[in-house]
Design a protein around this ligand. Structure first.
Ligand code: HPA
Length: 282
């Protein structure tokens, strides 16, 4: 399967070219509960993941699973939006989990903005906060770049230092400030899931330097950097994952995560909309 990703991509690319004339400059990946973030985009082609050749198959409730091509309502910036993800914990490989980055690159996007729901490890983070990802720690136990190179010209050993684009970080803070949105900054640790972490694991992650923990984003970010895309990431802090702050063991539920994330989605949208309207993604 991985060895064939180059070929699969050609099939996927040809299929998409038949369905849309939009040439996106920026790709958005919308995580759990964040589907409404696509609401401000004039949607010109909407394709279900299951209808797209070679798109990995997932099984998690609450992930829409649609690929949307369209233009920003005001600035007419061409965009591609992945509404929902297929996660590593659903049983696919890391390389398949990174498929959106390969598709984004194949359709011409130069920037990838990933969003997710995460547990807050740092006591300064409260559920409902938005955290701009400054860096990540890959603890998923695998690497999406392992295996044959999808593009012969790509580097075998990809640098991950400065993976999250400093200019986009500055721009996101400028937009959040102008729009009165509290924006936190931190390090995202990615675990394979699907179990939530033990208290000992949460303590370890925080001691390690992570501020938030989740089960996504890292595969597509690593592949995006490999492909030369500029990257930004936003985590919605959906639950308190700091064992010392509470008496009861944490029992995050997917429904609880979705509830918080859906409530914060308008602010996530405002930040992304602001970046697009300022011209930061072109
Ligand atoms: N841990 C891992 N992934 C998550 C969490 C969490 O606490 N919350 C949302 N996604």
């Amino acid at each position: 399967m991985p060895a064939a990703l180059g070929l699969e991509l050609t099939l996927t690319k040809n299929f998409l070219a038949k369905h849309t004339k939009v040439h996106p400059v920026c790709a958005l990946v919308l995580g759990s509960g964040l589907a409404s973030v696509a609401g401000w985009v004039d949607q010109e082609a909407v394709l279900r993941y299951e209808d797209i050749p070679n798109f990995p198959r997932g099984d998690v409730a609450g992930h829409g699973g649609r690929l949307i091509f369209g233009h920003a309502a005001r600035t007419r910036t061409p965009l591609v939006i992945f509404e929902g993800r297929v996660h590593y914990y659903e049983g696919i490989g890391m390389r398949q989990a990174a498929f959106p980055a390969y598709v984004a690159h194949a359709v011409g996007a130069r920037i990838l903005i990933a969003t997710n729901a995460a547990g807050g490890l740092n006591p300064d983070l409260t559920p409902g906060d938005i955290m701009l990802i400054r860096d990540h720690i890959n603890l998923m136990g695998d690497n999406p770049l392992r295996g044959p190179l999808v593009h012969k010209s790509a580097e075998r050993f990809t640098a991950m230092s400065g993976a999250y684009d400093p200019a986009l970080l500055d721009a996101a803070f400028a937009v959040a400030g102008a729009r009165g949105i509290r924006l936190q900054l931190g390090v995202y640790a990615a675990m394979s899931g699907p179990a939530y972490e033990t208290d000992a694991e949460l303590n370890m992650l925080y001691a390690m330097g992570a501020d938030a923990v989740g089960m996504s984003t890292v595969p597509e970010v690593m592949a995006a950097r490999h492909l030369g895309l500029r990257v930004m990431g936003l985590s919605v802090i959906a639950n308190d994952a700091y064992p010392h702050r509470r008496r009861e063991p944490q029992r995050p539920t997917h429904e609880g995560v979705l509830r918080v994330t859906q409530a914060v989605a308008p602010q996530v949208q405002a930040i992304i909309e602001g970046l697009v309207e300022r011209g930061d993604v072109t």
